[in-house]
Design a binder for this molecule. Structure first.
Ligand SMILES: [Zn+2]
Length: 277
């Protein structure tokens, strides 16, 4: 599933093509995309809107229109946006812009969503679902406040979008490796410097992902059809049995919060907190 770095990479690629443009014709060919709203109605509502800015919040793309409305796009498992979509398979929507160019939305597994929000609805909608943006004004104290008192594993807490927005399974594992933190530690058991390390790890993992234009797994593609390269830089994700590049211990795999979880058993010991306290 695309996480913050992948969605940010998509945003950067499509923003120049969309900003300032008017949607001249909108076709939505999959009722699941706009469910429970009727896709024809949403297409008609979008037609004529002028795009002011393309932003990102967590894993959402936010297309803000001059009218004050916004379109909230979540790519979920396999959604992607394509410039020049002609000839693509699994197209679920096509936007024709007033300069004659087209932007396509492709989604093999069809879990992606498009939600049209009226003026004033965007901020409360996102505020209910998302914590702070990890690469903006997000401090170690913010993270500490979100972890305090929680019994769930720290990895599970990081996957909760209200803890901090934008992390998914890949970057949570990478962040905890950078932080030398066991994914299994109860979130509320972290001491202040544990939290500081996790905070730095989160930012470092996400920044590395953005720099490499995200990772390319399954059907994620950049809007020009190319691929990111972060998958070649993973420290732990998907690397069971390979040596930890810090200490040489084979990377282990377990399950946390129902998700496959990779970590270094030496660098990320499970019971450091219990021994220290
Ligand atoms: Zn290690």
């Amino acid at each position: 599933m695309p996480e913050l770095p992948e969605v940010e990479t998509v945003r950067r690629a499509i923003a120049p093509a969309l900003e300032g443009r008017r949607l001249e014709h909108v076709e939505i060919s999959d009722a699941r995309l706009t469910r429970p709203e009727d896709p024809q109605e949403i297409a008609a509502e979008l037609t004529g809107e002028r795009v002011e800015r393309v932003e990102r919040r967590g894993k959402y793309l936010v297309v803000r229109f001059a009218s004050g409305r916004s379109l909230l796009i979540h790519l979920r498992m396999t959604g992607s946006l394509l410039r020049d979509p002609a000839g693509s398979t699994h197209l679920r929507a096509v936007l024709r812009l007033d300069d004659g160019s087209q932007l396509g939305y492709r989604d093999v597994r069809r879990f992606g969503t498009w939600l049209l929000l009226e003026p004033g609805e965007l901020d409360p909608y996102l505020a209910r679902r998302l914590g702070k943006e990890p690469l903006e004004r997000f401090t170690s104290r913010d993270l500490a406040a979100r972890l305090a008192g929680r019994r769930i594993a720290v990895k599970g807490a990081l996957l909760d979008q209200r803890t901090v927005a934008g992390l998914g399974n890949i970057y949570a594992d990478e962040a905890l490796w950078y932080a030398r933190m066991s994914p299994l530690r109860p979130a509320g058991s972290l001491a202040d410097d544990d939290v500081r390390r996790v905070h730095r790890g989160v930012r470092r993992a996400l920044a590395a992902g953005i720099e490499r234009q995200g990772s390319t797994l399954r059907d994620y593609r950049l809007p020009d059809g190319s691929s990111g390269s972060m998958q070649h830089e993973f420290r732990v994700y998907g690397r069971a049995g390979e040596p930890c590049e810090r200490c040489g211990t084979p990377i282990a795999k377990t399950r946390v919060a129902g998700r496959g979880t990779w970590y270094c058993p030496t660098c990320q010991p499970a019971f450091a907190a219990a021994e220290a306290s």
